[in-house]
Design a protein around this ligand. Structure first.
Ligand code: ADP
Ligand code: MG
Length: 770
């Protein structure tokens, strides 16, 4: 079907020559027809003014969009090989390129004197080759050493990779060039390694240079990321072409009021400024991503993310849900039974939960609290509220062992209250299982505890009123939706021990209300953490022996990323055997791993809890939820293989009693830079929030919590660490828009809705609760 659009010849992006050939002059109303073959037909017509306007803007929009989708191989200077290289980096079309922002900037507005070169800075200077020589390091590695200088002084340049033949041809004493690179200081000497060189004729100055190559000299230069195997100069040229030709096709969507309030610039201008900053731009701000242009780009991106989340959330609030009554029947009873008082934080969070539960809309609340802060109890109290109202509760745990732990804790209290609790594990078979399923369906059991796999299965609830998901980060967000469909809009409470930085929580869980338990029960002592290398293994064993002598217990943890990794499982089993036989023959050593049968696991855990075992060798199955206050030492083998949040979780298994606890992170010593950083973070703090923040910094937000799996979109521009403030501002504006116009149906908001769909499409669906 041909699309027929009306427009006005003046705004048609047609060359004058074409207009002339068609017999049109600017201002003529025309009809446009785009055939299936893509051919464009233009005819002069007579129509009323407003119709023309509307059609014009739609047409222009679609032309703009089409332009931004121009494949990179159609860009001047991009051949098939370069196009392929760009594609490998995710740059397929013009729009991708426009949003590939420089990660730093180089100041080539003026040239430095050699004597003024500053260590740590990227410098550009004009100098003459004074000498050059191929030398060898002590280790026998060849390198090229060059001394270059001007009238003010000299500097050493080194190349550790160089081609001797090429060197002979290029290097000549007295040759002059412009050198660029990062200056490093060694003692009194300044050096630059692998500088870029641009050879110049005698007497050339910056003005001449700039005239010859205005893209690379006499300005602030963008330096792009992701460019291994690709010259900055090449990419810069392509970017210039892309920005010059296509940036006008980038449309601005932020409402004018929002732009004004936050001092933003139009999106196209922002892009132009970010790629090719003006001569008087502030270099430091550019490099910190703190210019108005950067702020605009982040704001724009985060605004649309938050807009989507706001829409999702407003949809949820409007649903019908259960309005529970708080009768205190069981909750008050439980509080009497407890040997301790709730912490203030537990009390506050609990009242937030109760308030939600009383509303006639489904609750979607995330309870975030560091390891050991007492989330289980808060969950149980919420469960009791539902049970008081004759509803059932499902509690989902990420692992069997944790489900079993929860079952043990919860049914102990519930027995005292006369409430029926059932455990549902995948290990259960035949009659036992069908009996439990029967109880659940008939409503004879009030609280069902299991892994998500189990609860997802054929379980039919009689009256599910509340779903509790423990340790959220291990689930895809989708499970929440599945649990939700087990009842009729039950309340949902999500518990996470991973303290997610607030900014990230807002994006990952933007559709959930957030409660934070920011206080540990009294009487805990912080765990003392040390990194130890392999050479100190026997001392580490000594520490374990000492603690056991004092009547304490120890964990030794083996990394096991996937419970299916048989070889590592074997390593854990062999290690347990070796420890029992050769290292601690006088002690009792137990083994726990995820592939054991549930009964086996339970009996191993049971005997550790009952102090019948001194040392528990375990894979990461114990990461969450295990609660043995008498354990005071944890040794983590191959600690460098664990992620930060995992290490923090693991460490949370000790320090649960009042005794001083220790965590020893054993490492082979062959650490990557990031591995080293992680271990040092663990040594320096016990604070889950700081650890999470550090984790985010080391790994980058895209990888945090496997956020990709959690549905968090990758940001093109925004940096969640740097842009926390912008995120909050964007969120405020986006939520305000949705509050005023929940369907985004008002005239000026329709564009927002369209753009939202275009940018996030299906991805947003994933990020929010189903
Ligand atoms: P997490 O938040 O890591 O799930 P748990 O719920 O497992 O923490 O609680 C850790 C331990 O602290 C448990 O033994 C629990 O009984 C205990 N606990 C919970 N609340 C309090 C409190 N208010 N005072 C003292 N101990 C508490
Ligand atoms: Mg817990």
């Amino acid at each position: 079907m041909p699309i027929v659009k009306l427009t006005d010849a003046k705004t048609l992006p047609l060359p004058d020559a074409v207009l002339e050939a068609l017999g049109l002059t600017a201002g003529d109303p025309v009809s446009l027809e785009i055939g299936e073959d893509g051919a464009l037909m233009v005819r002069r017509v007579v129509v009323a003014e407003p119709v023309i306007r509307e059609a014009t803007s739609t047409l222009q929009q679609s032309i703009h969009r089409k332009n931004l989708q121009t494949p990179m191989q159609f860009i001047k200077g991009v051949g098939p090989k370069l196009a392929e290289q760009l594609a490998k980096k995710g740059i397929y079309v013009v729009e991708d390129a426009l949003f590939l922002l420089p990660h730093r900037y180089e100041d080539r507005r003026s040239l430095s004197k050699v004597s003024k070169l500053r260590p740590g800075a990227h410098e550009v200077f004009y100098a003459e080759v004074l000498s050059f020589e191929a030398k060898s390091t002590k280790g026998g590695k060849r390198f090229l050493e060059v001394t270059a200088g001007d009238e003010s002084g000299s500097i050493t340049l080194k190349w550790f990779r160089f081609n001797p033949v090429f060197m002979k041809k290029t290097w000549r004493v007295g040759r002059k060039g412009v050198f660029t690179g990062e200056v490093v200081q060694y003692g009194f000497q300044k050096e630059i390694h692998h500088p870029e060189v641009e050879w110049l004729d005698e007497g050339v100055d910056l003005a001449a240079l700039t005239a010859r190559d205005p893209l690379n000299f006499g300005r602030i230069l963008p330096v792009y990321p992701l460019t291994e195997g690709l010259h900055q100069k090449t990419l810069r040229k392509v970017m210039k072409e892309v920005v010059d030709r296509f940036v006008i096709d980038v449309e601005n969507h932020l409402p004018p009021g929002v732009m004004e309030r936050h001092h933003l610039m139009p999106l196209d201008e922002a892009l132009r400024e970010t790629h090719f900053p003006g001569h008087d731009a502030d270099l430091a701000r550019l490099n910190n991503g703190a210019t108005v242009a950067h702020k605009t780009l982040s704001f724009d991106e985060l605004f649309f993310l938050e807009l989507g989340l706001a829409l999702k959330r407003s949809g949820i609030v409007l649903e019908q849900g259960i309005a529970f009554q708080v009768t205190h029947k069981y909750t008050r009873e439980l509080l009497k039974l407890l040997p301790f008082h709730l912490t203030d934080a537990q009390r506050r969070v609990l009242s937030e939960i109760k308030n939600d539960m009383m509303l006639p809309h489904p609750m979607h609340r995330l309870v975030q609290g560091d390891v050991g802060c007492g989330k289980t109890l808060v969950a149980l109290m919420a469960a009791l509220v539902a049970v008081e109202n004759d509803y059932q509760v499902a509690i989902m745990a990420p692992t069997e062992i944790l489900a079993e732990q929860h079952f043990l804790t919860i049914h102990r209290w519930c027995d005292a209250l006369g409430i029926k609790v059932s455990l549902l594990t995948s290990g259960m078979k035949g009659k036992a299982k069908s009996a439990v399923l029967e109880e659940i369906a008939a409503g004879r059991t009030s609280i069902v505890i299991g892994t998500h796999a189990v609860i997802q299965e054929k379980v039919e609830f009689n009256r599910l009123g509340l779903g509790i998901i423990d340790e959220q980060h291990r689930f895809g967000v989708l499970q929440r939706g599945i649990l939700k469909r087990k009842g009729i809009n039950p309340d949902i409470l999500v518990m996470t021990a991973t303290p997610i930085p607030r900014t990230l929580a807002m994006t990952v869980f933007g559709d959930l209300s957030l409660s934070v338990i920011d206080e540990l029960p009294p009487g805990r002592t912080p765990v003392e953490t040390r990194v130890a290398f392999e050479s100190r293994r026997s001392q580490v064993y000594g520490i374990i022996r000492e603690e056991v002598k004092k009547g304490r217990q120890a964990y030794i943890i083996y990394p096991l990323v996937e419970e299916t990794e048989k070889s590592e499982l074997k390593a854990a089993a062999q290690m347990a055997e070796h420890l029992a036989r050769d290292v601690f023959p006088e002690l009792r050593v137990g083994l726990l791993h995820g592939r054991m049968k549930p009964e086996e696991k339970e009996s191993v855990m049971g005997s550790f809890k009952a102090r019948e075992t001194d040392i528990l060798v375990a894979t990461t199955v114990i990461e969450v939820g295990i609660d043995v206050p008498n354990a005071t030492v944890m040794v983590v083998e191959h600690a460098e293989r664990f992620g930060l949040s995992q290490l923090h979780q693991l460490r949370g298994r000790v320090g649960r009693g009042s005794g001083q606890s220790r965590c020893i992170l054993l490492s082979s010593g062959q650490l990557s830079e990031d591995g080293e950083k992680r271990l040092r973070v663990m040594e320096s703090t016990n604070d889950g929030f700081r650890i999470a923040e550090a984790d985010l910094e080391i790994r980058g937000p895209g990888d945090f919590l496997g956020t990709r799996q959690a549905g968090l979109p990758d940001f093109r521009v925004a940096n969640i660490l740097r842009d926390g403030r912008i995120l909050e501002a964007a969120r405020g504006e986006a939520f305000a828009v949705v509050e005023k116009d929940p369907g985004l149906v008002d005239g000026e908001n329709a564009g927002l809705r369209q753009e939202l769909a275009r940018r996030w499409g299906g991805r947003l669906e994933l990020a929010a609760i189903a």
